[in-house]
Design a protein around this ligand. Structure first.
Ligand code: FES
Ligand code: FES
Length: 208
């Protein structure tokens, strides 16, 4: 079992190195060529390679412009083009929830979504939860409740949990939360502590 305070789970809580990269870019750092390659100003039509299309969306509050082919999957674009590796690929078939992100405030399985369909959308990944160096209450609660073992499912769990907490149509009792979270699989079986973390974060968010 992985150290619950070790590298792998903690990196998933933050969204790995990608959080650092996007945050730097938000601060208009022009020194990292990899950042400017993915989050640079809009492409002109002349710069778009054959078979690709230019799309623009907001990713974790940062405008993003990139070229994609029509068959590129959003999860792969996030991980491989934007280096936002906090979002995980588990089943790649919409069955496990590891790839959960928010699009325009709604949770989706990014493994089932074409990137080209998201022109103009507002996307939030696990890297977007932390703000100004402060963990989101859900991230803090997952740490405090040891709500993971390997951490692979954790980013998807937290993105779905945030939607559950914010959805007024989902009751707040444990049974309703378990049902609402049932699409997010944890192979380590950390469900009990995940539920505790969600309910704890809910209280914290109400008081904020
Ligand atoms: S990787 Fe998307 S649901 Fe499993
Ligand atoms: S903590 Fe390992 S899969 Fe959930």
């Amino acid at each position: 079992m992985a150290d619950k305070h070790g590298t792998i789970p903690h990196s998933n809580l933050h969204g790995d190195k990608a959080h650092h990269k996007v945050s730097q870019n938000s601060a208009s750092s022009a020194t990292d060529t990899q950042q400017t390659a993915s989050l640079d100003p809009p492409h002109s039509a002349a710069n778009i390679p054959d078979g690709q299309y230019s799309i623009q969306f907001t990713i974790n509050r940062t405008p993003c412009n990139l070229n994609v082919t029509p068959n590129m999957i959003l999860l792969d674009v996030l991980r491989h083009q934007l280096d936002l590796t906090g979002t995980k690929k588990g089943c790649d078939h919409g069955q496990c929830g590891a790839c959960t992100i928010h699009v325009n405030g709604q949770p989706i399985n990014s493994c089932l979504s074409l990137a080209i369909a998201h022109d103009g959308d507002e996307i939030t990944t696990i890297e977007g939860l932390e703000q100004n160096g402060k963990l989101h209450p859900l991230q803090q609660a997952f740490l405090e409740h040891d709500a993971y073992q390997c951490g692979y499912c954790t980013s998807g769990q937290m993105m779905m949990a945030l939607s559950v907490i914010n959805d007024a149509d989902i009751a707040e009792d444990d049974a309703a939360v378990r049902e609402a979270m049932s699409g997010n699989i944890c192979r380590c079986g950390a469900y009990k502590n995940i539920l505790s973390a969600i309910q704890s974060a809910r209280k914290e968010m109400k008081q904020a």
